[in-house]
Design a protein around this ligand. Structure first.
Ligand code: FRU
Length: 502
């Protein structure tokens, strides 16, 4: 769909991102590559486009760009809502739900018991299994498999842990209000034994939700490997509301030990800038990674929304897109291993109809330059900018007569920013119109930006993906101008490359 053909009701429907046909979506769940397809399950209200009736929706994709929607995979009933969780392929049939010919997929979800159930108010971990590759699911008759009698115990992420000596399943969950990650182990995916607890640590001004734990090589393996513990936080993110933080450290099969906890120094609020964030924008939440991806790549998807205004965003009949899928790696930055992210696909290869606009170099002196021919509603923009005397440099995307989203670097503040205060529709919630910032430093005097623009979002990967900002925007379909600008002095833009999709 292009901007000019978008119907009024569908004007924000994304082209590069997953969205449900006409219902509500929140967290990605059960991400797994299986039988040649990426499976995306997600928190879904099958009966409406606001949060409620939590069930697992389902979609598949061969390339992480084009998605096929499937019927609801695991539905809520009168007893329980089906909250977030994960899926593993039980290759050796350790659970016994499969047969020797056909190994099962096993889903772990949080049973959030409803008023009709004697356990109302409690959250516990439950199991469902699929014998047809993830399309139909049966609940385990012995549910729940872990019950701590807790009202805030949720979001199980299960993976296979293997060392030279041993191998077993590990479940990572949260006690959300306690700011704690709780780990369990199992041989058969049904009987679970407590391992350890991590937290509170770093950002704790909201509940901890949707954890993930995985090992990654550092610098491509040149410097060993480390473990990454992802903890989503709501509210309390660096630019308010929902956000994802991560810790880097060691996991010995029992205990996660963080090497990136900030224990001293500045005030709580200032320390937000010292913590590690998956993304500094306002719309990158509940990020979790896929299991079983070929070549061992670690790919993540997040819900592209924020609980502050999630139920009010002006999309219709659907509500809430997913982010682009991102590949994450660990690279040494300023002496410490940090996550670096890039889109998990090359849109040049994966998208048929594209149009390129290349520009070697533009010098701007306290001015705005509209790039004729380079406008578009759905784009990838790459550029490098070297500020000379300018104190702010950047671009305006989805620009129109009275609106535009500014993306740039405030040189004096060492801040990358997205300014969506004048990006389009924003009056649906008082806190939507925002200026979101992330700390950034020049590399050899320059800033490198890769930006994906879609009908209702911008995703910025800066300095090779070591800093990212993801924000929703709701511009008019006619607002497709792209311009570059420098304020307060001169700046040199180079390697400007724009790909327009469709
Ligand atoms: C995160 C979350 C999870 C929970 C789910 C319910 O956005 O609150 O903790 O499982 O959403 O929909």
């Amino acid at each position: 769909m292009t901007a000019s053909t978008a119907s009024t009701a569908e004007k924000y429907r994304p082209s590069l991102h997953f969205s449900a046909q006409d219902t509500w979506v929140n967290d990605p769940n059960g991400l797994i590559y299986h039988d040649g397809l990426y499976h995306l399950y997600y928190q879904n209200n099958p009966f409406g486009n606001v949060w409620g009736n939590m069930s697992w929706g389902h979609a598949t994709s061969p390339d992480l760009l084009s998605w096929t929607r499937h019927p609801v995979a695991i539905a809520c009933d009168e007893n329980e809502d089906i909250f977030s969780g994960s899926i593993v392929f039980d290759k050796e049939n350790t659970s016994g739900f499969g047969t020797s010919e056909s190994a099962p997929l096993i889903a772990f979800y949080t049973s959030a018991y409803k008023p009709g159930n004697a356990r109302h108010g409690i959250q516990a971990q439950s199991v469902a299994y699929s014998l047809d590759g993830g399309y139909s699911w049966s609940k385990h008759s012995g549910n729940p498999v872990i019950d701590r009698n807790s009202p805030e115990f949720r979001d199980p992420k299960v993976f296979r842990y293997s060392s030279a000596e041993t191998s077993y399943w590990v479940m990572v969950t949260v006690e959300a209000q306690d700011h704690q990650v709780v780990l369990y182990k199992s041989e058969n995916l049904l009987d679970w034994q407590y391992l350890s607890t991590f937290g509170p640590a770093n950002a704790t001004s909201g509940v901890w939700e949707c954890p993930d734990l995985f090992e990654l090589p550092v610098d491509g393996g040149a410097n060993g490997s480390k473990w990454v513990l992802v903890v989503n936080l709501n509210p309390g993110g660096p630019n308010n509301g929902s956000a994802g933080q991560y810790f880097v450290g060691q996991f010995d099969g029992t205990t996660f030990t963080s090497e990136s906890t900030v224990t001293e120094g500045r005030s709580d609020n200032e320390r937000l800038n010292d913590y590690q964030w998956l993304d500094w924008g306002r719309d990158y939440y509940a990020a979790v990674s896929f299991g079983d991806v070929p070549d061992g790549r670690r790919l993540m998807i997040s819900w592209m929304n924020n609980w502050e205004y999630a139920n009010q965003i002006p999309t219709s009949p659907w509500r809430s897109p997913m982010s682009l899928a991102r590949e994450v790696t660990l690279q040494t930055i300023d002496g410490a291993p940090r996550l670096v992210q890039k889109p998990a696909f090359d849109p040049k290869n994966e998208l048929g109809s594209t149009q390129n606009f290349g520009l070697d170099s533009v010098q701007l002196d306290d001015e705005v330059r509209v790039l004729d021919q380079a406008g578009g509603a759905v784009q990838r923009i790459e550029l490098s900018v070297t500020p000379g005397t300018a104190n702010e440099v950047g671009l305006v995307v989805r620009g129109g007569q009275a609106e535009g989203t500014r993306i740039g670097v405030n040189v004096e503040q060492s801040a990358l920013f997205v300014d969506r205060r004048n990006s389009g529709e924003s009056d649906f919630h008082e806190s939507f119109a925002s200026l979101d910032k992330a700390p950034i430093l020049p590399l050899n005097g320059s800033y490198e930006l890769t930006i994906f623009v879609d009908h209702c979002s911008v995703e910025i990967f800066a300095q090779g993906g070591s800093v990212t900002i993801t924000d929703l925007i709701f511009p008019s379909p006619e607002s497709i101008d792209l311009s570059l600008y420098a304020t307060g002095g001169s700046a040199q833009f180079s390697n400007v490359d724009v790909v327009r999709f469709y």
